[in-house]
Design a protein around this ligand. Structure first.
Ligand SMILES: *Cc1c(COP(=O)(O)O)cnc(C)c1O
Length: 394
């Protein structure tokens, strides 16, 4: 069972937080461990995932994409079809229901591009909780549409002016708020990062992706797939897909963002180019400079633009259970075009990284191999960036 009682996946994970947060994390862990086994809670969660968010999502055989790439059979797990357009809603509905059960009246969250902010504001609106979202000043300027969405959903967006004015700083601010208001407030973290129990809890809210996939592929093909492929920012959609297959022979491939390029230093690939360090309460691979200062991440896709990664991925890398590769901005754009033109699906830029990698994998994998790719979100949110990057004139 991963993680161990103290929240470690091998040497990674743990709880590196100020004393004032230890009791909050202990309370959260206590409630979560009770509720995860509580029939009523599970039934309630299932009800909203099905009737409100739109689960189960289809596992779709991408026939034209498969033909284009050659030999392998490629299936897409369609998280892009969910309410708010990505897998993030699986986690925010789970955590907001948890907050309600804990008697909390107020929700806080961090957001980079605004996708997790929107998913949190959605769940908070649905269950009637006050919602404050911390967002870097830079990101507020770049992601005006998501700021509008959050406001329309009744959330307050709090600008963060410190540091690089992006996700890393917004996360630090949210943690600070939580320390101050812990009695009334639940902090909805957006990925499998942060101190224990978050990496475990967020994973468990996302493993519905892998559980459904297992059933669906057995029904469609009568066997398990050969490869699972997913993009890795913090790593929640990837771990959600991978985890139910942990005890099988299925190969896991996580795709990080190589940004401009790995050698340029302007990337978001801590598993490929980082070193072990501590950020936002847990030990994991991390982008840092010679002096151990956290480096700013770069990626064309905002959802992958984070200098850290979930501790469970660091562990899978260390023990060789998963392979991690990196795909750069230009290649991700090619991945975007590839899926758009072969299947009529505009993917988000995050999974476009993973789609590009399919070109290499499908060639190497050989005839009749089965590949499942997590299509973590849809592309509407990225169209402006894509239009500029591809130089498209209307
Ligand atoms: C946020 C986001 C990601 C990255 O987050 P993970 O925790 O790594 O899954 C990936 N894809 C989409 C569409 C996102 O919105």
């Amino acid at each position: 069972m991963l993680p161990n009682k103290k929240g470690y996946f091998g040497e990674f994970g743990g709880k590196y937080v100020p004393e004032t947060l230890m009791s909050a994390l202990a309370e959260l862990e206590h409630f979560y461990n009770f509720l995860r086994a509580d029939r009523k809670f599970i039934k309630n969660l299932r009800f909203y995932l099905k009737n409100y968010a739109g689960r189960p999502t289809p596992l779709y055989f991408a026939e034209r994409l498969s033909q284009r790439l050659g030999k392998a059979k490629i299936y897409l797990k369609r998280e892009d079809l969910l309410l708010t357009g990505a897998h993030k809603i699986n986690n925010t509905i789970g955590q907001v229901l948890l907050a309600v059960a804990m008697g909390k009246k107020r929700i806080i969250a961090e957001t980079g591009a605004g996708q997790h902010g929107v998913a949190t504001a959605t769940a908070a609106a649905k269950f009637g909780l006050e919602c404050n979202v911390y967002m870097g000043d830079e990101d507020i300027k770049r992601q005006a549409l998501n700021v509008l969405r959050m406001k329309l959903l009744g959330a307050k967006v709090i600008p963060v002016h410190s540091g690089s004015k992006t996700l890393k700083d917004a996360t630090s601010e949210a943690i600070r708020d939580w320390v101050t208001n812990v009695r009334t407030t639940h902090y909805v973290l957006g990925s499998v990062v942060g101190p224990h129990p978050y990496p475990m809890m967020v994973r468990n809210f996302q493993i519905i992706i892998g559980r459904e996939t297992k059933k669906q592929i057995l029904k469609a093909e009568g066997r398990l797939p050969d490869y699972l492929v997913a993009c890795v920012g913090g790593g929640s959609n990837a771990i959600g897909l991978f985890y139910p297959f942990l005890q099988t022979k299925v190969k896991f491939i996580g795709v990080e963002a190589a940004g401009r390029s790995l050698s340029s230093g302007l990337h978001s690939a801590p598993l490929a180019r980082g070193r072990t360090g501590v950020l936002h309460g847990s030990k994991s691979y991390l982008l840092q400079d010679k002096n151990g200062q956290v480096k700013i991440a770069h990626s064309i896709s905002a959802g992958l633009d984070y200098p850290g990664v979930g501790p469970e991925h660091s562990y899978y890398k260390a023990i060789g259970r998963a392979k991690y590769v990196a795909v750069n901005d230009q290649q991700a754009l090619k991945g975007f075009k590839l899926l758009s033109e072969t299947e009529g699906i505009l993917p988000a830029l995050e999974p476009s990284h993973a789609i590009y990698y399919l070109k290499e994998l499908a060639k190497r994998a050989g005839r009749n191999k089965i590949i499942v790719l997590c299509l973590s979100g849809r592309g509407d949110k990225d169209l402006d960036i894509i239009k500029k990057a591809l130089g498209i004139k209307l």
